[in-house]
Ligand binder design. Structure first.
Ligand SMILES: [Zn+2]
Length: 82
């Protein structure tokens, strides 16, 4: 059986912006972050960070405080000492 554990990494925010509607009003603040697991650029609504989080296409979950977590396969403990 493959063990899984949740790995937490810090992601980098490379820019901040906002979504504008057709009238030019800024409606929702966004950030653009680099996924620490797959290096994809991910645009995230700020409100989603404070809610359930934002899922990357690789399965990582972005949350507030610049932390992203992902379930990864834990290496067998018998090989950890090699
Ligand atoms: Zn990712």
């Amino acid at each position: 059986m493959i063990q899984k554990r949740r790995e937490i990494r810090t992601y980098a925010v490379i820019s901040r912006g906002a979504v504008t509607d057709s009238m030019g009003h800024r409606t929702q603040k966004t950030i653009t972050a680099i996924c620490p697991f797959c290096q994809a650029e991910v645009r995230i609504f700020v409100w989603s960070l404070h809610g359930s989080g934002k899922l990357c296409k690789c399965g990582a979950l972005f949350q507030s405080d610049c932390q992203a977590s992902k379930l990864v396969e834990a290496p067998p403990s018998s090989t950890a000492a090699l």
